[in-house]
Ligand binder design. Structure first.
Ligand code: E4P
Length: 218
């Protein structure tokens, strides 16, 4: 499964991308607002830091406006994925952009049928928001399972990008459900390797090596 960072903070992205384990980035207007920076300038820098898709979300809600903003985004770099909302205008823009060879991430997906429609419109990525579904007492992970089944039934190539990830269990469950990508906040990225037995085991190995005089001669 690919791991994307869900942030528009360039410094954070640089820090975590140095691990070599960040495949892409997703941004949205709320994340861009948090940085206080020019959105397009931030996107330029992000596209230089990560090799994979960098989602840039339109602000327009009508087709013509979305296409104009998409033209600004696609000039930034080849790895831009234009992010559009799951609306009729959004899917119309998705179809037009996909035909031009532009990657499109369809966002704000909350139902399996919405995901099917995005795939029919040629989306490269569909973003089901699992955390926000859980927040209203529904089954976020069930949404990923249902989309996987529909995409496999009809051999849709759209990648399932699990979004609105809140904790490591969401990453685990998304991987088990067959999501192609999980986009995660940096707090969750940092926690991916946490396990008390890893810490305990490492401490014991180091202590034993010291006690027994084990060294690695170069
Ligand atoms: C990513 O593409 C989404 O915009 C993001 O994951 C939404 O997450 P949130 O529900 O935590 O705002």
């Amino acid at each position: 499964m690919k791991i994307f960072l869900d942030t528009a903070d360039v410094a954070e992205i640089r820090e975590y991308a140095a691990s070599g384990l960040v495949d892409g980035v997703t941004t949205n207007p709320s994340l861009a607002a948090k940085t206080g920076r020019d959105y397009v300038e931030s996107l330029k820098e992000i596209c230089e830091v990560v090799p994979g898709a960098v989602s840039a979300e339109v602000l327009a809600t009508d087709y013509d406006g979305m296409m104009k903003e998409a033209a600004v985004f696609t000039k930034i770099a080849k790895n831009i994925a234009v992010k559009v909302p799951l609306t009729w205008d959004g899917l119309k823009a998705c179809a037009a952009l996909s035909k031009q060879g532009t990657m499109v991430n369809v966002t704000l997906c909350f139902s399996p049928v919405q995901a099917m429609m995005a795939a029919k419109a040629g989306a490269s990525f569909i973003s089901p928001f699992i955390g926000r579904v859980d927040d209203i007492g529904e089954d976020g992970m069930g949404l990923i399972h249902d989309i996987r089944a529909i995409y496999d039934n009809y051999d849709f190539k759209t990648e399932i990008l699990a979004a609105s990830v809140r904790h490591v269990m969401h990453v685990r469950e998304s991987a088990l459900a067959g999501a192609d990508v999980a986009t995660i906040p940096t707090s969750v990225f940092k926690a991916l390797l946490n396990h008390p037995l890893t810490d305990k085991g490492l401490a014991a190995f180091m202590a034993d090596a010291k006690k027994g005089g084990v060294v690695i001669k170069g």
